[in-house]
Design a binder for this molecule. Structure first.
Ligand SMILES: [Zn+2]
Length: 411
């Protein structure tokens, strides 16, 4: 009898638009950075909606909110959904917020149809996902999952020197309380894709099987500054020679690792940076990503080998080092399958994909079974005031969430 159940897409859309009025920006976006007045107002609005829907509201010591709908057996682990309400300074109306309000819509739809699940359901709102005000993305979920000490989170400060701890206290959170992680059977997060693939392939739902491996590297090559005129080419120590070898070699290597491989040279600097001086120093960054652990590791290794070989070939000193790495995530097969079956039951067009961006679910999946659902966003734009998504796609994603959660929460 639950097969025919659908969410109320109009109600969810109207809640999205009401939430977007808090911290609304001039160009149609939102500015509700973590623990600002806007973020606190958004959290309070959500609390009032959830309480009206019969949920119990709990906030943990790092500001994560858990809105609980009782199950038939309250001793069983919860089936969780959720995302974040905070935004970038010039963020959109949907990033994170959609995942939270889709979760609320699931709860309200179950209320409408007087369905009680066996497991309790919890809607989570993770504190400071964006990391734009306090420089630590996915902070709340990292503390919850035990990957980040709470005191490290408390000590983070914004540009004015205001700490997370003092802002949590201002928001009425009792800091210092012991943080105990509730038992969770499964967690499903819905999110806009934040990339163009679903839109371009005309699919409504992304079944997210994991998050890609990613790392950032810095390459430095030492040359010798020399006059661009009198110095013959064969008498220079020109670090750009290394770059001219590396770029084609690395693009080729990346192509060899298939269409899921990514390489980005986002920063290239020469010193002194003068048009008529051979640079004395070259510094550039390489961002490498791949969903497959073996291919990712191979590409990383090729970067190191290609840099070293180019340095030797041109008799130049230099180095390559990894400055940041986030290991990839494979989501739980049972949770992914619950999403897959929901998509099939609903007859929606879908694509299995890995996320190119980090999400709270990366932290959550470190300690409990988790998966994600993506819906398209216009032009793939996100972290942008123009971020936009079609109401029909958002409703489809919420229906997938509803049916995946029902599968997991009913037995
Ligand atoms: Zn997000």
């Amino acid at each position: 009898m639950t097969k025919a159940l659908r969410v109320n897409g109009d109600r969810m859309w109207s809640r999205l638009m009401q939430m977007a009025q808090i911290g609304a920006t001039a160009h149609g976006g939102c500015n509700r950075q973590a623990l600002t007045d806007g973020d606190i107002a958004g959290r309070n609005l959500l609390s009032s909606w959830a309480q009206a829907a019969g949920c119990a509201v709990r906030v943990d010591a790092v500001g994560n909110m858990f809105l609980r709908r009782a199950g038939r057996d309250e001793t069983l682990p919860v089936v969780m959904t959720g995302s974040h309400l905070d935004t970038q300074p010039t963020g959109g109306k949907f990033d994170g917020v959609y995942g939270v309000l889709a979760g609320l819509e699931v709860i309200e739809s179950l209320n409408d149809h007087r369905i009680t699940t066996l497991h309790p359901i919890e809607l989570s709102v993770w504190c400071n996902e964006e990391g734009s005000r306090f420089p630590m993305a996915m902070m709340g979920s990292a503390v919850w999952s035990g990957r980040l000490p709470i005191d490290t989170a408390y000590a983070l400060t914004d540009r004015q020197g205001i700490s997370v701890r003092s802002e949590l206290e201002r928001a009425g959170v009792s800091t210092g309380a012991p943080l105990s992680r509730q038992a969770v059977k499964a967690s499903i997060e819905v999110h806009i894709e934040q990339g163009p693939v679903l839109e371009q392939t005309r699919k409504t739902i992304g079944i997210v099987t994991g998050v890609q491996h990613m790392s950032r590297h810095e390459v430095i090559v030492e040359g010798q500054e020399a006059h661009a005129g009198p110095t013959p080419m064969d008498m220079r120590r020109d670090p750009i020679r290394v770059l001219s070898d590396l770029l084609p070699a690395l693009y080729t290597a990346t192509e060899r690792h298939g269409p899921d491989a990514r390489i980005t040279f986002g920063f290239i600097e020469t010193l002194p940076g003068s048009p008529n001086t051979v640079p004395g120093r070259l510094r550039f960054t390489v961002d490498i990503r791949h969903p497959d652990a073996k291919r990712y590791a191979a590409l990383r290794q090729e970067l190191d080998q290609l840099v070293r070989a180019a340095l030797v070939r041109h008799s130049l000193a230099g180095d390559v080092r990894c400055v940041w790495e986030a290991p990839g995530v494979s989501f739980d097969p049972v949770c992914v399958d619950a999403v897959r079956r929901a998509v099939n039951d609903l007859g929606l067009d879908s694509l299995e994909m890995v996320s190119g961006a980090g999400h709270d679910s990366c932290n959550v999946s470190a300690v409990v079974p988790a998966a994600m659902v993506f819906v398209p966003c216009a032009g793939g734009l996100s972290h942008n005031e123009a971020e936009s998504a079609a109401a029909g796609d958002l409703t489809a994603g919420a229906n997938v969430l509803l049916h995946a959660m029902l599968q997991l929460a009913m037995r």
